[in-house]
Design a protein around this ligand. Structure first.
Ligand SMILES: NC(=O)c1ccc[n+]([C@@H]2O[C@H](COP(=O)([O-])OP(=O)(O)OC[C@H]3O[C@@H](n4cnc5c(N)ncnc54)[C@H](O)[C@@H]3O)[C@@H](O)[C@H]2O)c1
Length: 382
């Protein structure tokens, strides 16, 4: 493994939290034995990353779809395979942690079952599809005293971390406005199909409000989380508009325009569209506007435009870390932080409460667009 501590500390754009977690240190410890539950597209990505990280050993896999489980087994040689995650949790006494990569509506069920078994959990975003479920997950983590880390790996992107650092240092004065968008193509047609027991009809889980929660919970949520993390104030009101203008074959919407209003006075607008596969450089965007300037990522750097300055200033956000030969650096680093939380008791970079709040912001946007009214923070459970 090429990552060493010095290389890791050279990381310019990452948070101080990451700088303390090195792959080398992880390698020197007893391996963390994990089970991956849900081995579809993202589950395979996790397994490819896990393969490159010293200090983790995948000992078991669970998925009811045989071809996905078989493929996953090739990425985790020697891991035992289960078609039912409950059997895995009941039988395996050799686990330290579980990685939850199921469709969204199952995150709470699987994470709580694992926490109640005394296992730490790394759970994919979104935390849950209902605020009540997120609360039950937090309660289960408290009860068991085990780590619950929600996978917002975009916070570990060097430009995101650098943007947060510069904004927090007052480079653009007081944050007043935030803006972001995700314009993309339709969901993966190979997504798992949920069969409604009432109709017997199998449907892409991303098409159903029950299984996905909301379209923006599924994607765009990374940018919403990152900007919300930078704004760092409670949300008071949410208004949104949206619907199915082009993709009419589903419950879940194909576009959203949302406004989040904060106690600090900040307004944050976010646009999401599923029928814009070729949006080019405009596809994923984040910007913060402060009383003294504007800050945004551009070509791997962070641009700052002062209110009075004529020229744009660029700040490098260099990622000096290795991802063990695998391209998904943020997920790799997320595992290093997860290991640090398990071994040293360090609070996760993504506090479960903040992951719950982001899910609640989006569920309120969904409520607002469905009910054609402004939603207040108290319109959903605390
Ligand atoms: N962090 C990221 O950047 C990122 C990217 C993509 C997906 N995700 C998240 O990962 C999760 C999975 O997404 P995906 O793209 O892999 O979906 P997918 O449809 O490709 O795979 C889902 C898998 O879950 C399995 N599954 C269904 N019911 C199950 C159960 N009861 N127990 C165990 N497994 C079960 C399915 O058989 C399938 O293999 C979602 O929550 C999604 O939001 C995160």
């Amino acid at each position: 493994m090429t990552t060493n501590r010095r290389e890791f500390l050279m990381t310019a754009g990452l948070s101080a939290a990451v700088a303390g977690a090195s792959a080398q240190e992880a390698q020197n410890e007893k391996p963390i034995r994990v089970a991956v539950i849900g081995t579809g597209s993202r589950g395979s990505g996790h397994l490819a990353t896990l393969k490159t990280i010293p200090g983790f050993r995948v000992v078991a896999l669970a998925d009811p779809t045989p071809e996905n489980l078989d493929h996953a087994a090739t990425l985790a040689p020697g891991a035992a395979t289960y078609s039912d995650y409950r059997k895995l949790l009941a039988e395996r006494k050799d686990l330290d942690a579980v990685v939850v990569v199921t469709p969204n509506f199952l995150h709470a069920e699987v994470a709580i079952a694992a926490l109640d078994r005394g296992l730490s959990v790394l759970c994919e975003k979104p935390m849950a599809t209902r605020v009540e479920d997120a609360n039950r997950m937090i309660e289960a983590s408290r009860r068991s005293g085990k780590v619950l880390y929600i996978g917002f790996q975009n916070r570990l992107s060097p430009v995101t971390a650098k943007m947060k650092e510069l904004a927090a240092a007052g480079e653009i004065g007081k944050i007043e406005l935030a803006s972001g968008n995700l314009f993309r193509g339709d969901w993966n047609p190979k997504s798992w199909k949920y069969t409604d027991p009432k109709t017997g009809v199998p449907t892409n889980w991303r098409y159903l409000a029950f299984t996905e929660g909301a379209a923006l919970l599924e994607d765009g949520i990374h940018e919403v989380d990152s900007l919300n993390w930078m704004i760092d104030s409670p949300v008071v009101r949410v208004s949104a508009s949206g619907g199915n203008n082009v993709l009419k074959d589903r419950d879940t919407v194909d576009h959203v325009a949302a406004i989040f209003e904060y106690e600090s006075g900040v307004k944050f607008t976010f646009d999401f569209c599923l029928f814009a596969p070729n949006a080019g450089p405009a596809a994923r965007r984040m910007a913060l506007i402060g009383s003294e300037g504007v800050i945004y990522p551009e070509s791997g750097r962070v641009a700052i435009c002062g209110r009075d300055a004529k020229a744009v200033r660029y700040v490098d956000a260099v990622d000096g870390t290795s991802a063990g030969g695998h391209g998904d650096r943020q997920t790799y680093q997320q595992y290093l932080l997860f290991a640090q939380s398990l071994r040293e008791g360090k609070a996760p970079l993504v506090a479960p409460e903040s992951a719950k709040n982001v899910a609640k912001m989006i569920l309120l946007a969904e409520k607002s667009l469905r009910e054609h009214r402004v939603a207040n923070w108290n319109d959903l459970p605390a």
